[in-house]
Ligand binder design. Structure first.
Ligand code: 13P
Ligand code: SF4
Length: 311
């Protein structure tokens, strides 16, 4: 999409004036990715948020990602273009429900692993966080003498069980975008490109994952597409990924994975951010991520544990 040059320039000028850094997730629109200082997956973004010395962090992603940046940067201003950019996984596991569940099953003494796609309140209740990029490693490091409860994504959880052989109890949440891909929709596109490789995100259902040549986080998709000699690659994840991949792998034919309804899948939350809202949030230093200090402190421990364990 062509963007008026002055809006892009305005953003870059405001960024300089505010001494800000712009972090963007791989699912953001192309114009936002192109003004960002760093574009990556949840893991790379968490490391960058922790390492930055910028005074203001502008987080172009969804709310839980900006919240993660605030958890490790309590003194910094963290802003996001649209504070209503949520996530169906976060919504599937409200902190009070998890707390009640843990209370009810206190005899189990669960080791709780939370996928980063959850609220600060949920992070505060768990032992360690993981992302799709390090979930296998984090689960392998879980104490062997305690049962594991994995929240909130049942699809990612079952993929990690397949990879590690570790049995876990799974919270039954899902990503409303990734469950839209079906065995039929992926088989149809495979029939059109019989020589294509399929790369899929682990938030997809098992039926879809079984059709993939590689299942991995969005950042690893970039490595996979760069390394393979095969030209046609079907990318089974949110549509924003295609912009990043086309930039990094210009020699590849990158084909969006279709759903039964659409030629590609958009996350309505990720797409709430626009260049106008990005300009406005830098101009107004609002909306800001704020949180209760006690929750922040409790959420920081499992987050730092993750960063340490996945080095
Ligand atoms: P990644 O960490 O793989 O980028 O995934 C984040 C996400 O929200 C997937 O839907
Ligand atoms: Fe959440 Fe799914 Fe959107 Fe990722 S794609 S932010 S998991 S709703």
């Amino acid at each position: 999409m062509a963007v008026a040059l002055d809006l892009r320039d305005e953003i870059l000028e405001l960024k300089r004036a505010r001494k800000a850094v712009i972090l963007a997730h791989n699912y953001q629109t192309g114009d936002i990715q192109d003004v960002a200082d760093y574009v990556g997956d949840s893991l790379g973004l968490a490391y960058h948020a922790k390492a930055t010395d910028a005074e203001v962090i502008v987080f172009c992603g969804v709310h839980f990602m900006a919240e993660t940046a605030k958890i490790v940067n309590p003194k910094k201003i963290v802003i996001l273009p649209d504070k209503d950019a949520g996530c169906s996984l976060e919504q599937a596991c409200p902190a009070d429900q998890l707390e009640a569940y843990l209370h009810q099953h206190a005899d189990k003494n669960y080791y709780v692993i939370a996928y980063i796609n959850c609220s600060a309140g949920v992070k505060a209740l768990c032992d360690v966080i993981c992302t799709s990029g390090n979930a296998v490693k984090i689960v392998n490091l879980a104490p062997k003498d305690r049962p594991v409860l994995f929240v909130p994504d049942a699809n990612l959880g079952s993929w990690v069980m397949e990879q590690t052989g570790r049995k876990m109890d799974l919270w039954q949440g899902s990503c409303y975008v990734h469950v839209e891909f079906t065995r039929d929709s992926i088989n149809r596109i495979k029939a059109e490109y019989p020589d294509a490789l399929v790369v899929a995100h682990p938030e997809c259902t098992q039926a879809v994952r079984l059709l993939a040549d590689e299942v991995c986080s969005t950042e690893r998709m970039v490595d996979f597409c760069k390394k393979t000699e095969v030209k046609n690659i079907i990318v089974v994840t949110e549509s924003g990924m295609l912009h990043r991949l086309k930039r990094e792998c210009p020699d590849k034919n990158l084909i969006p994975g279709p759903t039964d309804r659409c030629a590609c899948a958009d996350c309505r939350y990720m797409k709430m951010n626009t260049m106008e809202k990005l300009r406005n949030c830098l101009r107004d230093l609002s909306p800001r991520v704020e949180m209760d200090e006690e929750i922040r402190r409790r959420a920081e421990t499992p987050l730092l544990r993750m960063l340490e364990q996945s080095k």
